[in-house]
Design a protein around this ligand. Sequence first.
Ligand code: GLU
Length: 468
Amino acid sequence: MSNVRTRFAPSPTGFFHIGSARTALFNWLYARHTGGTFILRVEDTDTARNSEEYLRVIYDSLRWLGMDWDEGPEKGGSHGPYRQSERTGLYREYLQKLHDAGRTYEKDGAVWFRLEGPRRTIRETYKDGDATLDRQVEVVDAAPVVIHDLIRGDVTRAEDRDFVLVRANGEPGFHFVNVVDDIAMAITHVIRGEDHLSNTSKHIELYKAFGVTPPTFAHIPLILKTEGKGKMSKRDRGALIEEYQQRHFLPDAVRNYLCLLGWTPGDGREILPISDIIAQFDLSDVHQGNARFDERKMAHINQQYVRALPPAQIDTKVTGILESAGLVTGATPPAHLRAVLDVVREKVGALENVPTLFAYLLRDDYAEDARTLENLRKKGDPAAKVAALLPALERLAGEGRLVDGAALEAVIGEIAAASDEKPANHFAALRYAVSGLNGGPHLHDIFRLLGAGKVLARLRKFAATAAR
Ligand code: GLU
């Protein structure tokens, strides 16, 4: 065990998104890499914007992603409580320290932090609605502070304005509680989004005022939208962690992808077990440049993880998904479910698509797909092709050979050749007639799973739609 203590400090004012998850992850990885302690601290001082629902989503998402915290809410620890709303006594004590050191004053009902340095008054313009007004403000020529950032290098900034410690409504302000808690919780590494770099000089001023050596800072790069400029926002597609959970992504796959947002494994592999990531991860290797969110890459990684699951686990997940979609019930014959699972497993990519892609095997009808039908029609009426194939397929069924791949191929090849066409189009027409889709398992597997009776019924029904 090392003395490294990292913390993830979310404010529960919105849904848990990819940027927050990645910040939590880098804190967790660094703590695990160093044998340190990962702390969850809830920054819930903004009572107007907090919600218990958002907080619940944060806990659930962290747990779903396998980021267990060593200290924090619902876990406890020696530096609690871990919700800022429960730490008001401590803030009072720390405020008193600043007060005793002559570093506070009151203005407009709020308590302000007094910067050190020569003061002067300037006029500045500001906007109030449409009007541009001007006012006098006091600025301070405080000595610049240097932030030794593990990722950004040395960053020099100077504060020129006092800032609020406690708001007029009595709620302690972000900078104040953030620093007090990092001190009181003995945090050694503050790992957070680059958007906080602009706050860090204020934080260093507070550390100085408390006479405490600041922790090591590591500001991680932003995550940009898939396309174009700008930071990924909660409204962008794929931004919310909950969404991946609902779409049956595997948490290990999502976590693996998140690791790649701003960090590259040294050994060139992109898909690797978390134990290898923990062994390799270091803050000094986190990129300085921004990371770009790539949903297709995430989907690809997820697919690799799904394919690597032991068959029994895929079956359990697929069964669960089919059950929630109402496609598998107590009435589903176990042997049929078994046979369906065997073909699903061979074809499985994204688990979220399983109900759409396999419903026709579990229901009496299937949903029409206008686009697929339209595409098929470009190569001649598919219903006419099915009608032409029907007598031969009925004969095969009579001989019990409808599920015999070779026999099917021979019959289809013959009939396609008779009208001088490629058999592929006839296969596609049959596939559509029984499934409503343009891809999936082998046709003879579909026929086997549906049974001759259902196959012929669907073929006849579809053939009947042929234009006369
Ligand atoms: N509550 C802040 C946030 O969610 C935490 C900032 C920090 O990590 O210091 O952005």
